[in-house]
Structure formats: structure tokens, C-alpha cells
Design a protein. Structure first.
Length: 243
């Protein structure tokens, strides 16, 4: 008969004390999570209200007049190393892909991305796969499946335009510009992308909104940090209580 492993349990009052402490902490964590959720809702609502305020009565223009599509073909060298970017769906930004080696590229075409570009996935733009290229993205490349729009900074802000295009009103136009019956076949039309109607308030109002959006992102990052801390708290407490 195999030996049965066993361990000594603490006295029942101690077990009850530990369980009660963990229940109390779990309740406090749930309360903090609910507060974080409410804060996120309030941040989003305040941002939307500020956006609505500055676009009400603002002139409208074609996206192609404000941010035309610009392609920057990359001349591929056999010994070259190319840092490739991709775009996450649902407005989650750009991400770094594994580097590409020129010697391994055959039919692929690469195009350079510059800071401030509006970068669109031409097969997933309909579900929000587009973002503004930041400082760390400058000089990297995208495949032929990515479109870059260069914003005229005298007229518009890339951050402001991207926020509008991710809004229900803007995204519905991006979806209409991406015809097709199956998800994988909903390719973004360059002509229809350029024809999207965008609000263009004063550049001062757009800059003000950009600053507000940055502040909101800082607040969201803090809320996310709280969530990450809470995710590790219960396992840590369990370890301390029973190890």
C-alpha cells in the first residue's frame, strides 16, 4: 500500500482566523476593482464629452485632404535587417514583430513608417486595427498590407484624427470603406479611405484635446497598475498564510 502524504493543519481557530482575513481582503479587492471600473467609465465619458464639445459645428473635410496616403518603398538588401511593425485590432496600438532578414524576403514588399503616421491594416481596419506611430516606431517598416497616412500638421493632429476614427461615427465609416462578406476579405479601399468625412476643429482645440487624452492615458495606466497588483495579492497572501 502506498504511503499517504500528510501535513499538520493549524488549530481550527487559526484556520478560521486566516480564512476570515482572506475573505476580508477579497472583499476589499472586489471593492477596489469596482472603483477602478467606475473610474474608467467616468474617464471615457469625460473624454467623449470634451471631444463632442470641440467638434460641434466644426468644419468637415475628406481624410485624403487632411491626411493623404503616402507609401515609402524600402529597397531591400540581402544583408539588411528590417524591424517590422503590426497593428492590433480594437484600437490597441502598434506592436513590434520579429525582425526580417533581407536574404529571406522574396516577393514581400516593405514600406517605411514614420512618427506621426496613421497606420492602417488594410485587412483588419474594419475592426479598429489602426493607430498613430510613436517615437519608438519611427523608421520601422510595415508590409504591403499596411497603409500610412501622413497628417498635415497645419490642419489636424494625428492623435485627434485617430480618436475620431476609433469612435462609433468614425469606425462606421472605416467599416463602410472595407467592403466584403467575410472577415478575412474585408479589404480597406484606399479610395474610400481617402473619402472618409472627418471633423476639423481649430488646431488649438485639437492640441488641447490631445493633451487631455494623454492625461487620461496616464490615469488609465495607473488603474491598470492597480489591477496588476491586485492580481498578485491573493496568491501572495495564500503563500504567506499556508507555506
Amino acid at each position: 500500500m502506498l504511503p499517504v502524504s500528510c501535513f499538520a493543519l493549524p488549530p481550527l481557530p487559526e484556520q478560521q482566523r486566516v480564512a476570515g482575513s482572506l475573505d476580508n481582503i477579497a472583499a476589499r479587492i472586489a471593492w477596489r476593482r469596482s472603483k477602478a471600473g467606475v473610474a474608467e467609465i467616468e474617464l471615457s465619458a469625460a473624454l467623449r464629452a470634451a471631444f463632442d464639445k470641440i467638434v460641434t459645428g466644426a468644419p468637415r473635410r475628406r481624410l485624403g485632404d487632411v491626411a493623404p496616403i503616402v507609401r515609402r518603398p524600402v529597397e531591400i538588401e540581402a544583408n539588411g535587417i528590417y524591424s517590422e511593425l503590426g497593428v492590433r485590432s480594437f484600437g490597441r496600438g502598434l506592436f513590434k514583430k520579429p525582425d526580417l532578414r533581407g536574404v529571406e524576403l522574396t516577393w514581400q514588399k516593405l514600406f517605411q513608417i514614420r512618427r506621426g503616421d496613421l497606420v492602417f491594416s488594410n485587412i483588419k481596419a474594419w475592426e479598429g486595427a489602426f493607430a498613430v506611430a510613436g517615437p519608438d516606431d519611427d523608421g520601422k517598416v510595415g508590409s504591403h498590407r499596411y497603409l500610412t497616412c501622413v497628417v498635415d500638421n497645419m490642419i489636424a493632429s494625428p492623435i485627434f484624427l485617430c480618436y475620431f476614427l476609433q469612435s462609433p461615427s468614425g469606425l462606421s465609416q472605416v467599416q463602410a470603406a472595407s467592403p466584403g462578406s467575410a472577415d478575412r476579405n474585408r479589404t480597406l479601399s484606399q479610395k474610400k479611405l481617402a473619402a472618409i468625412d472627418v471633423p476639423v476643429p481649430s488646431i488649438e482645440d485639437q492640441s488641447w484635446f490631445d493633451d487631455l487624452l494623454r492625461r487620461v492615458e496616464v490615469a488609465r495606466a495607473k488603474l491598470s497598475d492597480v489591477g496588476a497588483e491586485l492580481d498578485h495579492l491573493i496568491p501572495s497572501l495564500m503563500h504567506q498564510a499556508f507555506d
